[in-house]
Design a protein around this ligand. Structure first.
Ligand code: FCB
Length: 441
């Protein structure tokens, strides 16, 4: 594997998944605090109330990153810490935490990559419609300005939103994620308001400093048709379009794709004059969260009705049920190149597997290590082929609160014993450390 000079090696986390301290220093309730208390929504009734206790153990976590040798750290800011009340007043005590974290990272020689929204919406915003309300996009930009005002002298890289597809479809259609709305029929409006919030936040960030590198983290995924039966092709095109083009087209200055608007019967009434120019604010970078490639078939077709056989040699499957498909990373980097992206960072990539029992004190998580290796390999190949890939963030530093799956899925390079908070690097962390040290220059 070869990586260019200056390539950033990182790890990624998010606030609600690791911080805990949910009612400390003025933080108010987020939609995930509320959602995870509803019986049946999160496995084992787990919540992020304590999580990795990172809010208190952040210095130890920086030490772990130093040990890994990473050059960058992607983390997110909890909106309910910064603007805890509907009146919009900024809670400087909440920002103090991130201020110290950023200083600590810089002292350790680690570049901070800030994500402004990784799903922990203040509950009071949900109470007035959440992302179905245009006002949330305004409020998001104000919050972004407040964070920039405090951290913008030291933070250069900013990602506005994390995976707006997930927010919209899992939060407002399937109900698997907070706020847990099933079939609201509002998911495409939610996408638009998020993109609008992204655009306004980008303006606010650049008003603070035009040199900021501003982007958005998208979960782009190839969706392959199960066969070349027209119904399978149509099903795959629809799903793939909603995940990828639905975001990339407006972000890169095109309108929402017409065929999808028609397919979904979307009225688009929430799109006001001038919105699309806001959404299409130039991107300095795109964050690509990549985990898997799925095969999609039309639900009404049986395998006997399909012309081509199902693919042979099924890929390995992780504990999430996600196939290990590194080639999709290359395909998505290619797609971003087609859109003319100047810089891409893989802002998440990783896998959940049950951890084997430690042998001589070592958790030998070979499958997680292998997952990283094959994806980094693919990344290196894509760079060789011309992809403007500038960095890679492994998901994730620590085992953490995996949303609706609670603590039942471990993605960490570092094992966390949740009752005590004790951190232990797994074999994958040792491997990543070695890989970084032999490639970082
Ligand atoms: C992504 C999320 C991240 C984590 C991984 C496994 O969709 O952005 O927080 O849950 O999946």
């Amino acid at each position: 594997m070869e990586f260019p000079p200056g390539f950033l090696w990182g790890v990624a986390t998010s606030s609600y998944q690791i911080e805990g301290a949910v009612d400390v220093d003025g933080r108010s309730e987020s939609i995930w605090d509320r959602f995870s208390r509803i019986p049946g929504r999160v496995v084992n009734r787990d919540t992020g109330a304590i999580a990795c206790d990172h809010y208190r153990r952040w210095q130890e976590d920086i030490r772990l990153m130093e040990w890994l040798g990473v050059s960058a750290y992607r983390f997110s800011i909890a909106w309910p810490r910064v603007v805890p009340e509907p009146d919009g007043a900024v809670n400087q005590v909440g920002l103090d935490f991130y201020d110290r974290l950023v200083d600590g990272l810089l002292e350790a020689g680690i570049e901070p990559f800030v994500t402004l929204y990784h799903w922990d919406l203040p509950q009071y915003r949900q109470d007035s419609g959440g992302w179905t309300a245009r006002d949330t996009a305004h409020a998001f930009a104000e919050y972004a300005a407040a964070v920039e005002g405090r951290l913008g002298d030291r933070v250069r890289y900013w990602l506005t939103l994390n995976e707006p597809w997930v927010v919209a479809h899992l939060g407002y259609r399937t109900g698997q994620h907070a706020p847990g709305l099933v079939g609201s029929g509002k998911e495409l409006d939610v996408c638009h308001h998020q993109l609008l919030g992204h655009g306004w936040a980008a303006q606010a960030l650049r008003a603070g400093n035009p040199d900021h590198q501003v982007g958005i983290a998208l979960n782009l995924e190839p969706r392959l048709a199960r066969s070349d039966h027209p119904l399978d092709l149509e099903a795959a095109a629809g799903e793939k379009g909603l995940m990828n083009r639905w975001f990339l087209d407006p972000l890169f200055g095109r309108d929402y794709p017409n065929y999808l608007v028609e397919l979904m019967g979307w009225s688009g009434r929430v799109v006001a004059d001038g919105d699309l120019e806001v959404v299409a604010a130039p991107l300095d970078m795109v964050g690509l969260n990549y985990y898997r490639t799925e095969v999609v078939g039309h639900p009404g077709l049986s395998d006997c009705e399909r012309p081509a056989p199902l693919r042979e040699n099924p890929p390995e499957i992780t504990e999430m049920g996600w196939p290990v498909t590194p080639s999709g990373l290359g395909r998505m980097l290619g797609l971003l190149q087609e859109y003319g992206t100047k810089a891409v960072y893989v802002t998440e990539n990783g896998s959940a597997y049950p951890d084997p029992t430690p042998k001589n004190g070592l958790i030998d998580d070979e499958r997680r290590r292998h997952y990283l290796e094959v994806h980094l390999d693919e990344a290196a190949r894509a760079i060789k082929g011309g992809a403007p890939l500038k960095g890679y963030f492994a998901w994730t530093l620590l085992d953490n609160f995996e949303w609706a799956l609670g603590y039942s899925r471990r993605f960490g390079l570092i094992h966390v014993d949740f009752p005590t908070g004790k951190r232990t690097p797994k074999a994958s962390a040792h491997w990543y450390r070695k890989t970084i040290s032999s490639h970082r220059h």
